[in-house]
Write a protein that binds this ligand. Structure first.
Ligand code: ACO
Ligand code: ZN
Length: 281
């Protein structure tokens, strides 16, 4: 019941200010009751503290000494940096991030238990600091082999390839762990589109190189994509036949080329040599 109430609640905060952006919100987010009467919230773009009034934010910015998210910088390439934040060590930051993210995530229940999660915050950096572009969260231990819980690209940065970058990054972490991974369900429409696009491009590239002579298990080992996700992706592309009780990949080069053309832009690539990270223990 509580969950249902949360889903049907009307949107309270209509806009937020974050860094140099004013952003219209999409969904309800359960901010503490004392924020119920405001239409607009002001966020410190670095520590994600939120305030009711612009003057409060201005005062905060004079004394806040963060110029990037807390936690460890685990990736840097050009102006792009990724920070890993442990929800247990930075509880308030983790909670603020969840409140912010829920404004753009419909179907997710908010996790107050940020202790159990790691947050990966992607930033574009310049001389004023590291500006958050988007993030994903990941359970420290997942029984269901989830390698991503929630993903968000802030609206001013959407449709520029950051979402695909975040997804690719989540699989690079899984490869380093020596595990396969899959995103937590349900996926939103935009989430599904982005994942389908990522899976399609990664799998088609490999199939083209191997001229189709490869099994789903081998594909999964190479990409850290869960076998079920590989199967549904390839079925969607009509590259699977069922022969003698087995799923077989049928990759006609002409069909592959046609799909690759349709798969669109590759997006921003993760340069694995710039990732300095060891799995959570
Ligand atoms: N319309 C149509 N297709 C879209 C759109 C859109 N508005 N947005 C993304 N796509 C598809 C496209 O195929 C796109 O590839 P293309 O641009 O090459 O055609 C692909 O998704 C990925 O685009 P990116 O630019 O890499 O992704 P973006 O940075 O926009 O982030 C994301 C995608 C994270 C899903 C973003 O839309 C978002 O934050 N949405 C709100 C929150 C959300 O729904 N998150 C997923 C919930 S599910 C979960 O968390 C497990
Ligand atoms: Zn701050």
């Amino acid at each position: 019941l509580r969950e249902h109430e949360e889903f049907t609640k009307v949107k309270n905060i209509a806009t937020i200010e974050l860094g140099r952006y004013e952003i219209e919100t999409w969904y309800f987010s359960p901010f503490p009751p004392e924020y119920n009467d405001c239409l607009r919230l002001y966020f410190c773009e670095f520590c994600l503290t939120f305030m009711k009034r612009k003057e409060q934010l201005q005062r905060h910015m004079r004394k806040c000494d963060l110029k990037h998210p807390p936690g460890d910088e685990i990736y840097r390439s050009g102006t792009l940096s990724m920070f890993e934040i442990d929800g247990k060590k930075n509880k308030v930051y983790g909670q603020n991030l969840c409140y912010l993210a829920k404004l753009f995530l419909d179907h997710k229940t908010l996790y107050y238990d940020v202790d159990l999660f790691l947050f990966y915050v992607l930033c574009e950096c310049d001389d004023r600091g590291c500006h958050m572009v988007g993030y994903f969260s990941k359970e420290k231990h997942s029984e269901e082999s989830y390698n991503l819980a929630c993903i968000l690209t802030l609206p001013p940065y959407q449709r520029k390839g950051y979402g695909k970058f975040l997804i690719a990054f989540s699989y690079e972490l899984s490869k380093k762990e020596g595990k396969v991974g899959t995103p937590e369900r349900p996926l939103s429409d935009l989430g599904l589109l982005s994942y389908r696009g990522y899976w399609t491009r990664v799998l088609l590239d490999i199939l083209k190189k191997h001229k189709g002579n490869i099994s789903i298990k081998e594909l999964s080992d190479m990409t850290a994509i869960k076998a079920e996700d590989i199967l549904t992706t390839l079925q969607g592309l009509e590259l699977i036949q069922y022969r003698k009780g087995q799923h077989v990949i049928c990759a006609d080069p002409k069909v592959l080329d046609r799909h690759l053309k349709a798969a669109g832009r590759g997006g921003l690539d993760v340069d694995v040599s710039k990732l300095i990270w060891t799995p959570y223990k």
